[in-house]
Ligand binder design. Structure first.
Ligand code: NAD
Length: 478
């Protein structure tokens, strides 16, 4: 192992080699807590992307012939090494993207689960036998890997996204070119060191770091990309979708959200409050499935606002290595400006703002009431520790308002009324629906994903197995 990340002068990982950017340039990565220097990373160009795709394409020829046992063993070895390198991964999540240690540990544990679930997937790449109308014919479908999978990941949950998407792609026999967020390159490079140490063959997993806006199209539009999975903002997702449509590149897009939670009058607020807080403020709301809209039935509304206002004052904003700290710094100056502008806009248009002050790069947990439709925050993803609370007269109004959005990622309802709960499940536009649980919920094997502006397709072991392989029909004339 060359240890391409040791000196915090980060290199690409291409064809099993730690290499500088072809053009020799670097870019700086900052610790979002105080904008101090974190690392320099190789600034990829078209040439680096092309080299990585060529390496992945070359590696596919032999990797696709590997047995389930081999791939399972490699992935389980990745999990073992991840456990041994827990400290490095958790420290990176804290210092590179500002994760409080409780979020970093959550992500680490989830990441391990993703790898182990993917190891189990290796043996489940299955086709089926099909009855045939032709006498004496044995007819079946088999699943084959697609080839080179491009994986583009965001800054906010880099370990969960890397482990899930890379491991699922590798489990079913594909090779990968990974473009991680320019705000979280180190995390993926530590993962590359782990893959290397696990003995996964050269070229099967490749990482190119750099500015997505500059080199993303080189990857998305590359003729040798057989599948693309993108997680990030809706704006970039739309752009990628257009290129993929033109090139007929199959893809999944996991994009932004404006996830609603409905709380009906029969809900038990003692149970709801902590879950509600968790569903917004984990990692300071920098979660695609964060609940940024609460619709509370009138009889509970005042009490809900009162209790929520008290809870947010207690959410820890201290040292990121203190397990009681919940509130993270906001990742970048651009994102801080976005959050400020959403709060200012709401305030100027008459919203009541509870919280909303800043301490350094951290924004206090913020509740907005008296929110009207002309406010930006009403319809647009803020991606910060900000949520709006709306009173509703009944369930029907809650459903209508919950669905009144272009997004459709996660949704939740708190009630004891099973009929209304299941009516919500059937009629929510969101791709994921939780009864008496928070909108923030993910597991390795579930169909995770959204509709509308929140994306296309689902991810998770089964969904990725289907998306990242193709069915081939085979007959045998006996
Ligand atoms: P982003 O869209 O700015 O960046 C995501 C990735 O896309 C990065 O790797 C970036 O380098 C790359 N990129 C940028 N321009 C590109 C281009 N033209 N072509 C290809 N790649 C390009 O998103 P972000 O700020 O890193 O993450 C936050 C967003 O991600 C939020 O909108 C959030 O809701 C969403 N998100 C969604 C999910 C989900 O599963 N639905 C999960 C996490 C985050």
């Amino acid at each position: 192992m060359d240890g391409g990340t040791d000196s915090k002068s980060l290199k690409h990982f291409i064809a099993g080699q730690w290499v500088d950017a072809a053009a020799g340039a670097m870019f700086e990565v900052f610790n979002p807590l105080d904008d101090s220097h974190y690392a320099f990373a190789a600034k990829g160009t078209t040439e680096d992307i092309f080299n990585a795709v060529a390496a992945a394409k070359a590696a596919f020829t032999s990797y696709k012939e590997t047995t389930p046992t081999e791939r399972e063993r490699w992935l389980l070895r990745v999990a073992e090494i991840m456990e041994a390198r827990q400290k490095d991964l958790v420290n990176c999540l804290i210092d590179e993207i500002g994760s409080p240690v409780q979020k970093a540990m959550f992500e680490f544990t989830k990441g391990l689960t993703m790898i182990r679930a993917a190891a189990g997937l290796c043996r489940n790449v299955r086709g089926e036998t099909i009855p045939s109308d032709r006498p004496g014919t044995f007819s079946m479908s088999i699943r084959e890997p697609l080839g080179v999978v491009a994986v583009i990941t965001p800054f906010n949950v880099p370990l969960i996204k890397t482990t899930r998407l890379v491991a699922n792609a590798l489990a079913v026999g594909n090779t990968v070119v990974h473009l991680p967020s320019e705000m979280a390159p180190h995390l993926s490079l530590i993962f590359a060191e782990i893959v290397e140490e696990a003995g996964i063959p050269d070229g099967v997993y490749n990482v190119v770091t750099g500015m997505g806006a500059e080199i993303g199209d080189d990857l998305t539009g590359h003729k040798d990309i057989d599948f693309l999975t993108f997680t990030g903002s809706t704006l970039v997702g739309q752009h990628i979708n257009e290129i993929c449509a033109k090139n007929k590149t199959p893809n999944t897009l996991e994009l932004g959200g404006k996830s609603p939670t409905i709380i009906l009058a029969d809900a038990d607020l003692d149970n709801v409050m902590l879950l509600a807080a968790r569903s917004v403020f984990m990692f300071a709301g920098q979660a695609c499935i964060a609940s940024s809209r609460f619709y509370v039935e009138r009889p509970l509304y005042d009490e809900f606002v009162k209790r929520f206002s008290m809870i947010i004052r207690k959410l820890g904003m201290g040292d990121l290595r203190d397990p009681n700290t919940v509130i993270a710094p906001i990742i970048s100056p651009r994102q801080r400006e976005r959050i400020k502008s959403h709060i200012d806009d709401a305030r100027a248009k008459g919203a009541n703002v509870i919280g909303g002050e800043w301490e350094g790069n951290r924004c206090q947990p913020t509740l907005l009431t008296e929110v009207s439709e002309d406010m930006t925050v009403c319809q647009t993803e803020t991606f910060g520790p900000v949520t709006a609370i709306y009173p509703i007269e009944n369930y029907e109004e809650g459903l209508e308002k919950a669905n009144d959005t272009e997004y459709g990622l996660s949704s939740a309802i708190f009630t004891k009324d099973i009929d209304k709960a299941f009516h919500f499940v059937r009629n929510s536009k969101a791709g994921m629906c939780h009864i008496n649980g928070p909108t923030i919920h993910d597991e390795a094997h579930v169909p995770f994903g959204g509709n509308g502006e929140s994306g296309v397709g689902r991810e998770g072991t089964d969904a990725d197995m289907e998306a990242m392989t193709e069915l081939k029909w085979v007959t045998v004339q006996l």
